[in-house]
Design a protein around this ligand. Structure first.
Ligand SMILES: NC(=O)c1ccc[n+]([C@@H]2O[C@H](COP(=O)([O-])OP(=O)(O)OC[C@H]3O[C@@H](n4cnc5c(N)ncnc54)[C@H](OP(=O)(O)O)[C@@H]3O)[C@@H](O)[C@H]2O)c1
Length: 344
């Protein structure tokens, strides 16, 4: 064992309601000597993802609850700095699911992708080209069967999944409407991001009426990141053979199971043959590379935009994460732990 150490954030106590920084603890631990077949990577960027909230409370939700003292999940861009694995050379860049930590020790199994396309900034690989962007891509195309000329409604549209879904919908030739939690976010969506309309759901007393006004022909595809109450409000507006993509449930993650609202407006499932289907993006992992190549080309050509909010230093991870549940983020929140390596 060397005397080298590294740091990582662990779960200090189970979260009740909205998460707070005190729910997490920064821990120093030894870096082990590398065994054969393993490599060591230095984390450059780490992400904060609302979906991990579902594992931070005692009791399982759709994913098993974390153990106290376990490292917090997230995605990383990292650089291999030592290797005893012939498939990973020193200096190679990867994206991986290491979490809120300074170093990753890996045997190469699990979610690890080499970053070979440096036309786009590194943060894209855990943002618009990473799990959020891929969720938008497969949610819209495979699950939502989105088509030109249709109306797409995206909820939590100013987040990285929602904004990417909106851009992809526009690139397909759809009418794209978003919901978001402030006038500033709605202005950003319509003025900078190319959405046809945006609705501040917090300012509307009758959200269904506001969505109807923005989607006068009804909604063909609802890409929902928010949860049951939102789906219930949109169901009466779904068009014949409409599709509801259940991407996320950010409004429900802080609720106990008995507090999560139900869905009541179920009649359109019959009258309008509406289909509702969830996705787990890793189901499409074999198709990731093709989707990423297509989206990288779109970024380079300017038809796919993204926004990164970068925080500095490992200490910033809990506050960056907790802000997601106060609606603070515009686009993808990433935390920088080390500078980008130079491109030669
Ligand atoms: N299915 C999959 O495989 C998969 C993979 C990745 C992510 N996801 C899910 O996709 C969704 C979007 O992820 P993201 O990374 O892009 O995060 P995100 O949408 O940026 O999530 C944070 C945003 O959620 C909104 N929000 C927070 N609390 C809310 C509430 N009570 N009611 C309504 N909105 C609330 C806030 O925006 P406002 O200001 O607009 O309220 C906040 O800025 C998440 O639910 C995530 O779990 C699914």
């Amino acid at each position: 064992m060397t005397d080298r150490t590294t740091r990582r954030w662990v779960l200090a106590r189970y979260v009740e309601g909205a998460p707070s920084p005190e729910d997490f603890r920064l821990e120093e631990c030894p870096l082990p000597d590398l065994e054969d077949g393993r490599f060591l990577a230095r984390v450059i960027l780490a992400s904060v993802d609302p979906g991990i909230r579902s594992r931070l409370s005692a009791g399982d939700s759709y994913a098993a609850a974390m153990k106290l003292g376990e490292g917090i999940d997230g995605f990383n861009v990292a650089e291999v700095i030592e290797s005893r694995n012939p498939n990973y050379a020193v200096g190679e860049l990867i994206c991986a699911g290491g979490g809120w930590r300074e170093h990753i020790v890996s045997d190469g199994r699990g979610y690890i992708q080499k970053i070979t396309d440096r036309r786009v900034e590194l943060g894209c690989w855990i943002g618009v080209l990473g799990v959020p962007g891929l969720t938008a891509w497969f949610g819209l195309n495979r699950v939502g069967q989105a088509k030109a000329g249709e109306t797409l409604l995206v909820t939590s549209a100013a987040g990285p999944v929602g904004a990417t879904a909106g851009h992809l919908g526009k690139a397909l030739g759809m009418r794209v409407v978003g919901t978001a939690g402030s006038a500033a976010k709605c202005d950003w969506l319509t003025h900078d991001e190319g959405f046809d309309a945006a609705i501040d759901y917090k300012a509307e007393t009758d959200l269904t009426a506001a969505i109807q006004a923005a989607c006068p022909d009804g909604v063909d595809v609802l890409f929902d990141n928010v949860g049951n109450a939102m789906i219930d409000r949109v169901l009466p507006l779904m068009r014949m053979r409409g599709r509801i993509v259940v991407s996320g449930q950010v409004a429900d993650y802080n609720l106990s199971p008995d507090q999560v609202p139900g869905i009541h407006n179920t009649k359109p499932f019959i009258t309008h043959r509406v289909r509702m289907e969830g996705l787990v993006v890793f189901d499409d992992i074999r198709a990731f590379a093709g989707a990423q190549a297509a989206m990288a080309d779109m970024i380079v050509l300017g038809s796919l935009k993204y926004r990164i909010e970068e925080f500095q230093g490992i200490d910033a991870l809990p506050q960056a994460f907790c802000g997601l549940f106060r609606g603070e983020n515009f686009g993808r929140r990433l935390v920088r732990l080390a500078p980008d390596p130079k491109v030669f």
